[in-house]
Design a protein around this ligand. Sequence first.
Ligand code: F6P
Length: 430
Amino acid sequence: MWTEKDFEVDVLGPCTIESPLVRLRDVGFLEDHSRVRLQHKIGPQYDAGPHFSLEEAGPRERIYFDPRRVCGAVVTCGGLSPGLNNVIRSIYSELAYNYEVPRVLGVRNGYMGLSPDSGLKMVEMTSAYTDHIHDMGGTVLGSSRGPVPPEVVVDTLVRESIDILFCVGGDGTQRGALKIAEEARRRGLDKAIVGIPKTIDNDIEFVYTSFGYYTALEKAQEVLRGAHVEARCAPNGIGLVKLMGRDAGFIAAGAALASQDANFVLIPEIPFQLEGEYGFLAALEHRLATREHALVVVAEGAGQHLLEREKAGETDASGNILHQDVGLFLREEIKRHFRERGVDVNLKYLDPSYFIRSVPANPSDRILSDQMARMAVHAGMSGKTGMMVGSLHNELVHVPIRTAVASHKRLDVASDLWTAVMRSTGQPAW
Ligand code: F6P
């Protein structure tokens, strides 16, 4: 059960310095008591229980750090997401141009760049370095998975005189950021650790949409279109597309809904049966018998209960469970099923994999990346720490990382998104 404390952001101390943003017009300064309610709906079913809220993100008129003496650093970790370079650029711009911070560093290759053992040198960011990066996919700083001991990171922050560290990454990165913040606090150091959530899977709590998600959908939708054309143009054509989405089906559901061509969407949140009267294969057989083609979208984390578990328990460097390849498995099972029934099918299997996340951000993700980055800078300059930028009801907010990582966001099968997927595909409820 949550308590009010779960939504209180840690601060390094009182904000006594006038923000240099006062020289700009129409800044829209906010006070810390401006908050956004978690529950924004009204009605008997919503009114019961305690009501929690999160601090609204935005510039503060009085800040904690003296901009003339502060040093900020950015680190990008984990898998790529469209918009990473936009975040780096906007952090730099907000710090250097608006707060007039003299020194902004870029950490190379994720948290590993904060360990002296890596031998990696930090990048001194300049406008020449950041000017054109927003048009490129990936991250100019490089990224990697895996933690570095928080003591080692804090030693580096002290050695390099870094006051604010911006940690751009997913769940694992945010957990790492929290540990760094705790270690700095334990040593009584004035270091602000601010997270910016990043995942194309869109599976971080208190983040309605992650930057990169809509770009990934756009690319995934192109692949679905191709698979659909292939399926329609062959007798008993089946297009089978595997999309990223380790533990959440947002990409598969979103791309399928955007395309409107999918007939089956298989996601990790809904275990399905393969065999039997109510299984997936029987439903696919019925679809082919009635419409002569089918488009199947499967999220990489779907159907893991059907796969052999010889790799069970294996994790990647971020501690995420490594899944078996459900796409290849389904491809073989579909072929076997129809072969055994003497039915010829034309199955085309597409796995766009990294293609959907390694591209430059689309306009909506560019805007979101920019806003999240600037809000992160305002939070850091105000001495907020152990927190990340989140979004609630289209408002950007400050979320204590400990609360954000306490659970995982999953596709709610009672949500409008999933209901729309069910209506547009006409697939059975497994
Ligand atoms: O960042 C999330 C994600 O794209 C998942 O959808 C996918 O399972 C994972 O990253 C793959 O990451 P990598 O192969 O880069 O470690």
